[in-house]
Design a protein around this ligand. Structure first.
Ligand code: AMP
Length: 221
């Protein structure tokens, strides 16, 4: 039996950061569909080009393509103990697909933590992100600016913004998130496995709340 966790949170809620904490503390694989799709950027196939085009516009990839990619990833041996799903499912169709996929191996989603954050804070957290050129350091021009505007503290080179983090695409993704996520939360709520977490707190405090919610869910079985 694996421990499958569906981590939900608006872009900017620290979902990726918290998924990394959970991966370390619980020893579970972190699967981010956004990262898997971004990894397709280096590929030059018709499918990869279509994915890049939709991502640049802040639109969702079809359930069919997304489900197939997740099924492939979950079938690898390193996912047998369970996984933290980040950015997936994003639709009821994807949620049902995941349920059926896990049921085939005698598993199920055990808990769905939802990281709560206001729309405006979420937009600033994402739109304000800037990376060092080696991607090793991340800043935020509103909440965590570099010492000198526009350049990395360590190597002094100009900071870069992820091309799907421009304001228009960010607002579109965030609004799409609120529209598409509520039905998904309702879907899991009906099963009593949703755990609401306040994401407008320091990272460590969010992790503590999250781990406590997961521990409670696992104890309830
Ligand atoms: P994210 O990093 O989670 O915001 O994902 C970035 C982009 O990848 C999204 O704007 C979508 O274009 C695509 N994407 C990621 N996950 C999914 C999903 N579950 N269903 C459809 N598209 C997705």
């Amino acid at each position: 039996m694996g421990t499958y966790i569906v981590l939900i949170g608006v872009q900017g809620s620290g979902k990726g950061t918290q998924a990394a904490v959970l991966q370390e503390k619980l020893g579970l694989l972190h699967i981010s569909t956004g990262d898997l799709f971004r990894a397709m950027k280096t590929e030059d196939t018709p499918l990869a080009r279509k994915v890049q085009e939709l991502m640049a516009k802040g639109e969702l990839i079809s359930d069919e393509i997304t489900n197939q990619m997740v099924e492939e990833r979950l079938s690898k041996p390193d996912a047998a103990r369970g996984a933290i799903l980040d950015g997936y499912p994003r639709s009821i169709g994807q949620a049902q697909f995941l349920d059926e996929l896990l049921a085939k191996q005698g598993d199920r989603v055990v808990v769905v933590p939802v990281l709560q954050l206001d729309r405006e804070v979420a937009i600033k957290r994402v739109e304000g992100r800037r990376y060092s050129q080696d991607k090793k350091r991340v800043y935020n021009i509103y909440f965590n600016p570099p010492k000198n505007e526009g350049v990395d503290d360590v190597d002094g080179k100009p900071l870069i913004q992820r091309d799907d983090d421009v304001r228009e695409a960010v607002e579109r993704r965030i609004d799409l998130y609120y529209q598409t996520t509520q039905p998904l939360i309702d879907y899991y709520q009906a099963r009593g496995i949703v755990a609401e977490i306040n994401a407008d707190q320091p990272i460590d405090k969010v992790s503590v709340d999250l781990l406590a919610a997961i521990a409670r869910a696992l104890m309830q079985g």
